[in-house]
Design a protein around this ligand. Sequence first.
Ligand code: ACO
Length: 327
Amino acid sequence: MQGKKSFSRVLGTGGYLPGKPVTNQDLVNRLRELDVETSDEWIRERSGITSRYFCGKMSTRDMGCIAAKQAIEAASIDVTSIDLIIVATTTPDLVFPSVACHIERDLGLERCTSFDIQAVCSGFVYALTIADLFLKTGTKNNALVIGAERLSTILNWRDRSTCVLFGDGAGAVILGKNSVPGIIASDISSSGKFCDILRATGTPKNGVLEGTGYAEMQGQEVFRKAVESLSESGMKLLNACDLDVESIDWFIPHQANIRIINKVAEKLNVPDSKVVKCVHKHANTSAASIPLALNEGITSGQIHFGDRLLLQGVGGGLTWGSILMDL
Ligand code: ACO
């Protein structure tokens, strides 16, 4: 059927951080009991993080569902109009079924297309790009796209170079089919040759976990590759769309480390006043970090309808990506 061109547009957002904030000092005290030495000063100076949230007994699905319900309410859509659910997560509750299928059931839905995708900290950018393609081709109408993580379950509390940097949480958006963009363009990439610089090697085999199951990272190498890939991807996307960086109202990068965020903003020539930063509040929540930052920007009144956004993610794989969109 020949008809009008379809695009996708964000209709609503939601975000959830579990429990109470765990400050750097709280963490310093807890780690001291394990004979692991760190300090508030070290964590703040090297990463910009001041607190994080841990999910305790809550599941990835529970957190994702709370964020999803907020996004559905903000979008003012009937939940039954959702026909696609994509959950970006590296910490699913089960090997299978997917978190997305569980959330489909928890929302009382049937006959959606629901699946998880795994691109670590780039997961949300990947998931939003996939949802956009479904909506553009006209096969789906309203997508629920979630980033949800319980990273605390894969942290080695004896490895101070990683355990102080991560937290748990979930963010969600409703993406609806629209006659105008919305999502202008996206660029998602990977380079498997860097598989080993950021990884968690655990996998169930014959009922037993093989590998450590813990996140491991070559911090300085990840730092370098993150800055390089994000600045290149941002420039590539802007050039492909024939847009200047000045046309961007808000830069929403993956919230991993304030030094990476500042360096990429500097390389892209985005002024600090246009950068959404919330890594200090909830640390690195991997796939949840971008939808949490987007939700924070909107609910705090910084970001408004019609603003042009540049979203960027980077994570294990190495994977990375950028999305240009009008809200
Ligand atoms: N507390 C106190 N000291 C610490 C801690 C800690 N939590 N962790 C490491 N140190 C020590 C090291 O042992 C080392 O001590 P030494 O000099 O006596 O050997 C010293 O601090 C410096 O260690 P480096 O690893 O060189 O510190 P660096 O300045 O590189 O900072 C960091 C480490 C923050 C991990 C940095 O490399 C970084 O930001 N990397 C980017 C990685 C990142 O943000 N990853 C998030 C996940 S990936 C993603 O989302 C893209």
